[in-house]
Design a protein around this ligand. Structure first.
Ligand code: BGP
Length: 464
């Protein structure tokens, strides 16, 4: 017997500032590491993106038409503080005030990510997260957000995919040029981010007692490639290092022992000052938000000569000498972009997180990146997206039936936006944005087939 989705379930959709807003240097916005970054050849930059900054009213009206109960977006730190700290940019405050008010006028709950990859460039130049001062800068930024928006925002997310920033260090940029020390430095950055997050959570409870705040890592169940105990151990290693390190620190205020001994073994342990662990313990989340795209499969580490070259990029990146080896899962199909699809793994991941932490869960990303085609008559027949999302929603419902306290589901993405590494051609949205990689065309919005489908899902509270 299936349990229904809760009555006040947060049916939502997600975006992030740098991927959707554009207006990268307008109205006083300072540059972020993203604006100063390089892009893979053939893909667009983020300067105009989907031009949401100028079209947010039209976009929010479409979100309302779709029936969204929640909209998860991020605030660009450099719109609020162009240099990360120092002078406040009133125009930035104004933009997010307008956006939040617009959402609330349609009864759409704003779910706000404070920091989604776009560290202020001025802060990066001073060492970024390697520099302890960045912790204070983040706390100060958090305070400003709570002061200005805390009267209306009830759901806050601290840092998007901190674990991906650490595991794929190029996303935040390691300050040191010493490659040998790059990993060590990343784990120091990680420690500082954890402290910054804990401080923000504590502050939120003080300043906005009615709001809820939590982390937003990318979490994925890890399967052993076989029942060989060595593979099982490798899967457990990967899960502790990739998933639980981040959530254990956020929820319990400690590093788990497997992750810690891994860091010791590799020489990556961060410097931990005496009261750091007290700071970590003092800031607790009210819920866990997480992004889910697929699961991972791990085997005992093989040296390169034996490794399987057929693995997609996603898994190839996930290997660590002596600890684990990411391998493809022969039971799973892949998207056009080589990402494995695993709806059942979604249920499993939900159960694992809930069993470990016993906190409400909020899914802040889940979706299918594809080459959508604008067909004659202004239609986009994205049945593959509908199929993908439907299967995940079915599994979410099974997880709820299992007893998981899931409070919302925000697929990626509300509207087409520029993918982190693969440009605008890799689309995720319910709403099509008419532009190409380098030809901005008219940027007009077109409802995809999935738009109408999701509208029905929301209207029927997941019964359809
Ligand atoms: C997550 C990020 C998002 C988004 C998404 C899809 O890791 O939080 O910002 O980019 O993945 O990934 P991609 O754009 O690489 O397809």
């Amino acid at each position: 017997n299936l349990k229904p989705f809760p009555k006040d379930f947060l049916w939502g959709a997600s975006t992030s500032a740098y991927q959707v807003e554009g207006a990268w240097n307008e109205d006083g916005k300072g540059p972020s590491v993203i604006d100063m970054g390089r892009y893979p050849e053939g893909t667009s930059d983020f300067k105009v993106a989907s031009d949401h900054y100028h079209r947010y009213k039209e976009d929010v009206a479409l979100f309302a038409e779709m029936g969204l109960k929640a909209y998860r977006f991020s605030i660009a730190w450099t719109r609020i503080y162009p240099n990360g700290v120092g002078e406040l940019n009133q125009k930035g405050i104004e933009f997010y005030n307008n956006l939040i008010n617009e959402l609330l006028s349609y009864n759409i709950e704003p779910i706000v990510t404070m920091y989604h990859f776009d560290l202020p460039y001025a802060i990066q130049q001073k060492g970024g997260w390697t520099n302890k001062e960045t912790i204070d800068a983040f706390e100060n930024y958090a305070k400003t957000l709570f002061e200005h928006f805390g009267d209306r925002v009830k759901y806050w997310l601290t840092i998007n995919e901190q674990n991906m920033m650490i595991l794929h260090g190029e996303a935040i940029g390691v300050v040191s040029s010493d490659i040998k020390n790059a990993q060590k430095e990343l784990y120091q950055q990680n420690h500082h981010m954890l402290l910054a997050q804990a401080k923000a959570m504590k502050l939120c409870h003080k300043m906005c007692p009615d709001a809820m705040i939590g982390p937003a890592p990318n979490i994925a169940s890890v399967y052993p490639a076989s029942c060989n105990p060595e593979d099982v151990l490798a899967a457990s290693n990967l899960s502790s290092i990739r998933n639980w390190l981040y959530l254990d620190a956020a929820v319990f205020g400690r590093y788990n022992s497997v992750a810690w001994s891994y860091m010791e073994e590799k020489g990556y342990t961060p410097i931990v000052y005496e009261n750091d662990m007290d700071i970590l313990k003092a800031g607790k989340p009210d819920f866990i938000a997480f992004n889910y795209y697929s699961t991972l499969t791990a085997a005992k580490y093989k040296d390169e000569s034996q490794s399987d070259n057929s693995a997609s990029d996603q898994q190839m990146e996930m290997s660590e000498p002596g600890v684990y080896q990411g391998v493809p899962n022969p039971y799973l199909q892949k998207t056009e972009f080589g990402w494995e699809m695993d709806p059942v793994g979604f249920r499993n991941t939900l159960r694992e997180i809930y069993e470990r932490y016993n906190l409400p869960l909020l899914v802040t990303e889940n979706g299918l990146g594809a080459y959508d085609k604008l067909e004659e008559g202004e239609v986009i027949n994205d049945d593959y997206r509908i199929d993908f999302l439907r299967k995940h929603i079915e599994q979410a419902r099974l997880a709820i039936t299992d007893g998981v306290n899931l409070i919302g589901y925000c697929p990626w993405s509300a509207i087409d936006l520029v993918s982190t590494h693969q440009g605008i051609s890799k689309r995720y949205g319910f709403i099509y944005v008419n532009r190409d990689e380098f030809d901005l065309k008219d940027l007009r919005r077109i409802r995809k087939k999935s738009f109408y489908w999701y509208k029905d899902v929301i209207k029927s509270n997941g019964e359809k």
